[in-house]
Design a protein around this ligand. Sequence first.
Ligand SMILES: NC(=O)c1ccc[n+]([C@@H]2O[C@H](COP(=O)([O-])OP(=O)(O)OC[C@H]3O[C@@H](n4cnc5c(N)ncnc54)[C@H](OP(=O)(O)O)[C@@H]3O)[C@@H](O)[C@H]2O)c1
Length: 286
Amino acid sequence: MRVLVTGAGGQFGAELAPRLAAHDAVLLDHETLDVTDPIAVEGVLESAGPDVIIHAAAWTDVDGCEVDPGRARATNVDGTRNVAAAAGAAFMIFISTDYVFDGTAGRAYTETDETNPVQVYGRTKLEAEQAARGETASLAIARTAWLYGARTATGAPAKNFVASILRGAARGPLDVVDDQVGSPTWTGDLADAVLALAERRMSGMFHVANAGAVSRYDFARAILEGAGRDPGVVRAVATKDATPRAAARPPYAPLDGVGWRSEGFDPLPEWRDALSRALPGILDAG
Ligand SMILES: NC(=O)c1ccc[n+]([C@@H]2O[C@H](COP(=O)([O-])OP(=O)(O)OC[C@H]3O[C@@H](n4cnc5c(N)ncnc54)[C@H](OP(=O)(O)O)[C@@H]3O)[C@@H](O)[C@H]2O)c1
């Protein structure tokens, strides 16, 4: 299977690459292919002729997107449309986000739930889902959440919540919000799941996140406990009392993969299990 990956330089791409070793992989980082350039996208996809495209390229800086919505739209919406428009006969997998939801339902979100993003990042990813659907029917949308991995494709430590907590806690007490709840997901488990999707080429909408739900505060404590450090340095704080951020976050948006499981895909492991498998690599990355 010839698999082309956009945004392969990021933390998800870094976990995907070794899992594609048995396949014919075309790994394209930002420098190799800028997805905002439709001519380049068309040329590269045409000459590569992939069976499957995993479109992971995105501007993932949620607060940055709020400050520069033009760049967010160009990367996340136009970039996705460009890839989908040039997909030809290839099966496309688009990696989307829990931030398409407003987090006010009071329960986990399934694939058929109503979307209502509350920040620019989520709006652009939702528009990207719609743009991709407008260009190709041979499409799976895999929504995931709170991604964390050890490294980027260059081997540099990845930037994510787990790495921030480990770094922050080494400096002293840390305020972490206890009224934002989600489904933290290890990039390794996401990569396994996306590969299973690629092998079956099953079109549709799928929620692909580690099982269970946890607040950022409890997740931070679990990270420190798992790393053999003192979880007592973490202090619970309400979002309204925390350092203000440019973009709003959904208060309660765990993902439930009802549609994923009903198609016979294996449920992803529980978030605590994923964290214990991921932590050694994250600690090693420093
Ligand atoms: N991180 C999360 O918590 C999270 C949650 C839900 C869904 N997702 C989705 O999961 C996917 C993978 O995320 P990730 O965590 O691996 O993010 P990441 O580490 O930021 O990787 C995304 C990659 O996309 C690249 N990129 C940015 N603009 C591009 C452009 N115009 N053309 C080509 N590449 C471009 C980035 O390169 P540069 O850094 O060099 O610009 C980066 O290497 C994304 O689609 C994201 O929206 C992420």
